[in-house]
Design a protein around this ligand. Structure first.
Ligand code: UDP
Ligand code: MG
Length: 330
């Protein structure tokens, strides 16, 4: 595809998860396509809509769009699997040199696309759009979102504050992401964990253009816990800490009960009951903590994340190139 004096054509796919977005979907897609058309001539772009089991007119709207244009494709999942699964499905079904993951409700402004592509062509493997503010969301939403990111940062050391799923990923990042064998996925967290050279673009998050957010309070809470627990087993270790604290407290209380007994101030049998309670309590806590630490080990092994990701290698090592393609060979 390369001719003299022209840049190589690079293929860019926009992966857009959609779930019950019939309201205004056509206008949103028009807006997205307008921005795709404004990309440099060296970029061949197309749109992959991943229908995450919509129950409204979304599927038929996307089907009609596919018939009108051959740069739009539809991948329809057979039920609602959630946005993380829809993103994964989109990445699995693209062979582009880079993929941009974008929401379908215009909250991820398509106008950022040219800048993203520029930064990618300039060498960034990941280009992430970072929210400047969340003023379009309710105060309570912002409070919980901030609390979540603070806890996530404290427990995992990954600062995802104001990060979004609006990201451009180079082919090698997509392959690395797909090679992670774990099932519970937190797209934002894992892309950050892989730590490829990334460029950031700040953006003001606009209000949803049409329809409603798909996340109720309960679903968000579940998602927060899933994200934290798939990145750290620290909450399990807290039991051990609690066991230690209980043991210290029981030493003090035990000494006092014994002192009362010896100085004749204790009721008959009371000391025995207190001591038994304290000893059994702290032994139980310790054992739970011990179990927890083994469960944490098992959890880490089961996630089976690769030991390392290779950025590039000396040409003498290229004979081994095929090796890190299959995760099980890592
Ligand atoms: N979405 C999805 N599956 C779901 C929930 C949402 O594919 O189960 C899509 C949705 O259609 C939208 C994007 O994910 O394109 C973000 O969803 P939403 O706007 O509801 O989330 P918010 O912007 O409120 O975080
Ligand atoms: Mg949205």
């Amino acid at each position: 595809m390369t001719t003299k004096n022209t840049q190589p054509i690079r293929h860019l796919t926009l992966v857009v998860p959609v779930y019950n977005e019939a309201d205004g979907l056509r206008q949103h897609v028009d807006e997205i396509l307008r921005q795709l058309e404004a990309l440099p001539a060296s970029i061949r772009s197309d749109l992959l809509m991943v229908d995450d089991g919509s129950t409204d007119a979304t599927t038929s709207i996307v089907q009609a769009l596919c018939e009108q244009r051959d740069d739009i494709s539809l991948l329809a999942l057979n039920r609602n699997f959630g946005k993380e699964a829809a993103i994964m499905a989109g990445l699995d079904h693209s062979d582009a040199d880079a993929v941009v993951v974008m929401d379908s409700d215009l909250q991820h402004p398509p106008a950022l696309l040219p800048k993203m592509v520029d930064l990618w062509l300039g060498g960034a493997d990941v280009v992430e759009a970072v929210k400047v503010s969340r003023n379009t969301r309710s105060g309570l939403y912002r409070y919980f979102a901030n609390a979540f990111y603070r806890i996530f940062d404290a427990l995992t050391g990954l600062d995802l504050h104001n990060h979004s799923d609006y990201k451009l990923l180079d082919r090698k990042v997509i392959e690395a992401y797909r090679s992670l064998p774990e099932r519970t996925r937190f797209f934002r967290g894992l892309v950050s964990w892989m730590h490829f050279p990334a460029a950031q673009i700040p953006f003001e998050e606009p209000a949803r253009a049409a329809g409603e957010s798909k996340w109720g309070a309960l679903r968000l809470l579940k998602l927060s816990w899933q994200s934290i627990s798939s990145f750290t087993a620290l909450p399990l270790q807290l039991v051990t800490l609690l066991g230690g604290v209980t043991f210290l407290v029981s030493l003090v209380l035990g000494a006092k009960a014994l002192y009362d007994k010896l100085s004749g101030q204790a009721l008959d049998g009371f000391t025995t009951v207190i001591l038994l309670l304290l000893i059994i309590g702290s032994v139980l806590m310790f054992s739970l903590g011990l179990l927890g630490s083994y469960v944490a080990r098992i959890y880490d092994e089961i996630k089976a994340r690769p030991h390392y990701l290779v950025d590039h290698r000396n040409s003498r090592l290229s004979a081994l190139e095929g090796r890190d393609k299959k995760p099980e060979e890592r």
